[in-house]
Design a protein around this ligand. Sequence first.
Ligand SMILES: O=C(O)c1cc(C(=O)O)c2c(n1)C(=O)C(=O)c1cc(C(=O)O)[nH]c1-2
Length: 250
Amino acid sequence: MTELLSPDQLEERLRAIGAARYHSLHPFHELLHTGKLNFGQVQAWALNRYYYQCNIPIKDSVVLSRLTSVEDRRAWRQRIIDHDGSQPGEGGIARWLKLTEGLHLDTAYVESCAGLLPTTRFAVEAYVHFVRDRTVLEAVASSLTELFSPGIIQNRVSGMLANYDFISKETLAYFNNRLTEAPRDADFALAYVKREARRPDQQQAVLAALEFKCDVLWAQLDALYYAYVAPGHISPGAFVPEGFTTELRR
Ligand SMILES: O=C(O)c1cc(C(=O)O)c2c(n1)C(=O)C(=O)c1cc(C(=O)O)[nH]c1-2
């Protein structure tokens, strides 16, 4: 029988999953942050990640609809506002489009999602389906990768600014807001699971939800690596950068 963990032991186990499986450890991120990728490879990353960005508020709307307490919904709805904004041109999705625009990608093409790698689509959709089909506790727990995102975002922003002449503070503005939004969201989700996971089976489900989410993030980077770095097999129909080469910058 699995033992019942104290709330703090549960947190410790969650943090251990992040330390072992978060996408900060993926070799594609290492290349991205240290300036090794060429322009086309960075374009491919931003284009594919757009699909994650635009599905996050859909995912959060599903979670919102499943939370039964007014207080929890009040807190959760801020996530949707953060990404969708309250006016045209505001919010995280619009800020992500500033990045893709800065990388010379046509906005209509990005928004059409026509150039995605199939794995990007499948991984992101698996996340949306997970929060719909599993318990609301697992749905909340699956957002807990955000506990680990401020570190990688800081590395990414400083690394990309230092290493790519085609990247500026303005194009990376998306990440500024995340540095305050992510800890706020993660604190809420962590308190929620520590409070609500009161049985061993629920605690195991929470841990498995975080592992699942790490897989969602990891699979997206595996797909980028396979298509745009090595061996460089771009899926039929997916984005092909101009003058595509898998040669890395030195
Ligand atoms: O840049 C990153 O590495 C990163 C990671 C994650 C994450 O850990 O899921 C998110 C984000 N960014 C992000 O910008 C974001 O809005 C976000 C929402 C969520 C979520 O699961 O609800 N994760 C993340």
